[in-house]
Design a protein around this ligand. Structure first.
Ligand code: NAP
Length: 258
């Protein structure tokens, strides 16, 4: 039951899942590290994209592994018992490398994948397959754009001189950017009233987002304001055991330990 899931998971040393590599960079990963760190050696791995990341409970390592072979070597050297891939749904390369390395070394792999979003009644959503496809569709839907695709996604919109962009990201964008760009450095969680106020203040005509899942605040605000939304579909990820939440990951690990 959900009510007991917030409690320490209650593993014991020697249960076969002592050393967990947690591929992170998400809220779920930090939450899972907090749930597990008291009972296990939990090593959270971050790519190193953020200069001042929120620190998870347990151990932390930062930086790429060097592809599938590098990760496989790390799993052996660090005597990892289980890998949990709790990376962002759009971090498909890392998820692919995790699947390849775990298969090569014979280490179990679990993915934590938050569910994607589905449109509700009255929502004006336009689903596209990629950021370039979003950029292609954009001028037909609106000229004042709220861009929430993360700083790595901003470059795809660089050619759209006819649009004005409010781009929200944790870190400033690097590389090419649109000519008419205002950057808003901020980190969630965000709530509906704030999102509504932000969109009204900037006279936003269209919202662009990746189908990241999680909080719907900006989507609810857009729906209330009649603002159309371009939703970029998730990339394909490997077919591995997956659960939707950190709490479900604890249950999976607990069952595995028996
Ligand atoms: P990606 O394209 O899937 O991965 C590119 C490379 O970055 C990987 O091959 C790996 O390098 C390294 N890497 C990625 N995640 C790593 C991790 N957790 N620990 C160590 N190395 C990692 O990844 P991405 O989309 O750039 O995302 C990077 C990180 O930001 C991820 O941890 C993800 O959870 C987080 N994040 C991503 C998004 C997004 O929209 N993509 C949004 C929020 C947070 P090697 O091949 O050298 O091992």
């Amino acid at each position: 039951m959900r009510s007991e899931l917030g409690n320490p998971p209650g593993f014991i040393r020697g249960d076969g899942v002592e050393r967990i590599l947690l591929l992170g960079g998400t809220t779920e990963a930090r939450r899972l590290a907090g749930l597990l760190a008291g009972d296990h050696t939990v090593i959270t791995s971050l790519a190193g994209r953020t200069s001042d990341p929120l620190r998870p409970a347990g151990d932390l390592r930062i930086g790429g592994f060097g592809g599938v072979d590098g990760l496989a070597g790390y799993l052996r050297d660090a005597a990892i018992d289980v890998v949990v891939d709790a990376t962002h749904p759009f971090a498909a390369t890392m998820s692919g490398h995790a699947a390849g390395a775990c298969a090569a070394v014979g280490v179990p792999l679990l993915a934590v994948r938050r569910p994607g979003w589905t449109a509700g009644p009255g929502d004006q959503w336009h689903r596209v397959a990629s950021l370039p496809a979003a950029a292609g569709l954009l001028p037909r839907l609106g000229r004042r754009v709220f861009l929430t695709t993360g700083r790595q996604g901003i470059a795809a919109f660089a050619g759209l001189d006819e649009c004005w962009f409010l781009a929200r990201s944790v870190e400033p964008p690097t590389g090419v950017t649109p000519r008419n760009l205002q950057v808003l450095l901020d980190r969630g969680p965000f709530a509906v009233p704030g999102e509504r106020e932000l969109m009204l203040r900037h006279r936003i005509g269209v919202l662009v987002t990746k189908d990241s899942g999680g909080s719907r605040a900006k989507l609810v605000a857009a729906g209330e304001l009649g603002v159309p939304v371009i939703v970029v579909d998730r990339p394909p990820v490997p077919d591995v055991p997956a659960v939707p939440t950190a709490e479900d990951a604890v249950i999976w690990l607990r069952a595995r330990a028996r």
